[in-house]
Design a protein around this ligand. Structure first.
Ligand SMILES: NC(=O)c1ccc[n+]([C@@H]2O[C@H](COP(=O)([O-])OP(=O)(O)OC[C@H]3O[C@@H](n4cnc5c(N)ncnc54)[C@H](OP(=O)(O)O)[C@@H]3O)[C@@H](O)[C@H]2O)c1
Length: 259
């Protein structure tokens, strides 16, 4: 993995991704991979992180392919960001990061009574503790004017997506607190996607994935699921808009508006 060059002065406009140093934790698949791709296309230097070495290598190969990012820097690191000390070790090698993206978190269905405490708390902590750890580990290694963007989620109810809903709500509150505490140096936001076909669902059989995609599409006001590119664009907005902090952007086809 490359270390971002030590420099006191910002080499680029704070509102631009050109020459920005961007770290995407969860950048080897799904939303994070697409964020890395779009960010590279804007001229940033990008480091991606994921647990699987195989997925990392495949992502790096995709991002380096001709026409994608041939003249830009892309590097990566395979590690479990939730392992004790892993994020601090990661950031120890990085200084002057402009933007940190985290897609850490999972999915969970069912209510509070029909899931084990461990499953519920695992879903909550997979979001809240992970996001908190990212912010604390990143704080001393970021350049003024930078941003942290975490991943929450839209849709679901406490009775049918218990731990996920608590975790996503916790992330929304977390970014509000962090935004005030880290201002004016760093902006902190979250993106809240709704159900989208990504690597999160790679273990579903193809017919079940198709069934779920159709069922989700019919429940959304826009009557389709999101494209990964549409969700990734929201992360880029959060990085680029210098007056945007403490917010959660719901990229959900109108699901939140259903109440
Ligand atoms: N897709 C949806 O339907 C949906 C809906 C609402 C919210 N979300 C949220 O979106 C996020 C998932 O993103 P996605 O849908 O794009 O899923 P994805 O395609 O599975 O991507 C997840 C990325 O995170 C990496 N990752 C996971 N756990 C990690 C860990 N402990 N340490 C380091 N890297 C890790 C994965 O690589 P490895 O697997 O190799 O580690 C991969 O690069 C979650 O926060 C989820 O709650 C997704």
């Amino acid at each position: 993995m490359r270390s971002f060059a030590a420099s006191e002065s910002r080499p680029h406009d704070a509102g631009s991704l050109d020459e920005a140093e961007v770290l995407v934790i969860g950048g080897t698949s799904g939303f994070g991979y697409e964020v890395a791709k779009q960010t590279l296309a804007r001229g940033a230097h990008v480091t991606i992180v994921g647990r699987s070495q195989t997925r990392l290598e495949s992502a790096l190969a995709g991002l380096r392919s001709p026409g994608a990012a041939s003249d830009r820097t892309i590097s990566g690191r395979a590690l479990d960001a939730t392992a004790p000390g892993a994020l601090r070790t990661l950031f120890a090698d990085l200084d002057n990061v402009d933007h940190v993206i985290s897609t850490l978190g999972g999915a969970m269905g069912g209510g509070f009574m029909d899931n084990s405490d461990a499953a519920i708390l695992g879903a909550v902590n997979g979001k809240f503790e992970a996001g908190l750890s990212v912010a604390k580990a990143a704080a001393g290694h970021m350049r003024e004017g930078g941003s942290i963007t975490l991943t929450a989620g839209s849709g679901g109810h406490p009775y049918d997506a218990s731990g996920a809903v608590v975790g996503n709500t916790a992330v929304e509150l977390l970014v509000q607190g962090l935004a005030v505490e880290m201002a004016p140096k760093i902006r902190v936001n979250a993106i809240a996607p709704f159900w989208t076909p990504t690597g999160l669902w790679r273990d579903l059989p193809a017919d079940e994935l198709k069934r779920q995609t159709e069922a989700v599409a019919s429940s959304v006001p826009l009557k389709r699921v999101a494209r990964v590119e549409e969700v990734a664009a929201a992360y880029l907005f959060a990085m680029e808009c210098g007056y945007f902090t403490g917010q959660t952007l719901h990229i959900d086809g109108g699901v939140s508006a259903l109440g």
